[in-house]
Design a protein around this ligand. Structure first.
Ligand SMILES: Nc1ncnc2c1ncn2[C@@H]1O[C@H](COP(=O)(O)OP(=O)(O)OP(=O)(O)O)[C@@H](O)[C@H]1O
Ligand SMILES: [Mg+2]
Length: 298
């Protein structure tokens, strides 16, 4: 059984039998239990197969046999997942094709797409640079990238949800996602907005530079209050703190996110080259965060 496209109440997880992907499944199960939604495990198989635990010594097998091996493995994964969170409906499906295309297709109309940082595909640690990045840049739904258990900071499950805002529609969508996640999990939200003073020109007096700096600072604080206004009313139960800091946005987000349970960013922001799927801030956070990162399309 699989869920119909457009069913907003399912969370899709990319699964490949690695401990990393099981950790991503555990994250998705917890989220689904709180949202009262279903989890759909999806495995993409390719023939000939890459060397993945799903297949063990199955690489010598023909395609039909390989599909059976994948289906059996998926049935076990789905049964394990269902046993872990009995209140959550779990289904598993195996589809032929490259992981990126299969997962993008499976996630069409889903609430969330969840993948492990590493483990999907044969590229090992390059995976954040390929599968995770491609999915985060292209999926129509928010994508959560869950680090392997040994990478994740310990004791951060109850930490705040940290979100980056930059005045863009993507940042606004990220804030909405963060507020919703915080409300569901009973967390606080830390809103981060990083900025840099624009140099005032060599001829500007120290006093003029200082005035300009203050004016810039106020306008950045204003940007954050305007971004927050509607969401604060929508989620009055969520305590929010804002950090308007002079820093590089990636560093500011990672710094604020050190004890976070989740960091949320938009896929794109206010700037950048139109052809890019992911902005540099989103990419930087994705590469360096030690907690799950949620990348939100606008
Ligand atoms: N100055 C910032 N402070 C806080 N968060 C930010 C800032 N800039 C970007 N972000 C976060 O990162 C997300 C992605 O924006 P990013 O800057 O990566 O894309 P871009 O502006 O399209 O491209 P680039 O800045 O690389 O040219 C934003 O939606 C927001 O969540
Ligand atoms: Mg930007």
């Amino acid at each position: 059984m699989s869920f119909a496209d457009g069913d907003l109440s399912r969370i899709v997880v990319g699964v490949d039998g690695t401990p990393e992907s099981r950790h991503a499944v555990a994250w998705a199960l917890d989220e689904a239990a709180r949202r009262k939604e279903a989890v759909e495990l999806v495995h993409a198989y390719e023939y000939p197969p890459p060397l993945l635990p799903f297949y063990d010594a199955a690489t010598e097998l023909g395609e039909d046999h390989l599909r059976e091996v994948a289906r059996d493995a998926m049935a076990r994964e789905a049964a394990d997942a269902a046993a872990r969170e009995p209140g959550v409906p779990v289904t598993g499906q195996v589809r032929a094709g490259a992981p990126i295309e299969v997962l993008l297709d499976a996630a069409r109309g889903a609430r969330l797409l969840v993948v492990a940082t590493r483990g999907i595909g044969a590229l090992g640690e390059l995976v954040v640079g390929s599968t995770g990045t491609a999915l985060a840049g292209q999926a129509a739904c928010p994508v959560v990238i869950v680090p392997s258990p040994n990478e994740a900071g310990t004791g951060t499950e109850r930490g705040p949800v940290v979100v980056g805002v930059d005045g863009s529609a993507h940042g606004q969508a990220a804030l909405h996602q963060a507020m919703e996640a915080a409300s569901l999990h009973g967390r606080t939200v830390v809103v981060v907005h990083a900025w840099h003073p624009v140099p005032g020109g060599l001829s500007a007096s120290a006093a003029a530079q200082q005035r300009r700096f203050r004016a810039d600072e106020v306008s950045h604080q204003l940007l954050v209050s305007e971004t927050l206004a509607g969401e604060g009313q929508r989620f009055p139960e969520v305590a929010v703190t804002a950090r308007v800091v002079q820093d590089h946005p990636v560093r500011a987000l990672l710094d604020a996110g050190r004890r976070a349970s989740l960091i949320v960013v938009g896929a794109r922001g206010t700037g950048g080259y139109p052809g890019l799927a992911l902005g540099s801030v989103a990419l930087g956070v994705l590469h360096h965060a030690t907690c799950p990162v949620c990348v939100v399309p606008d």
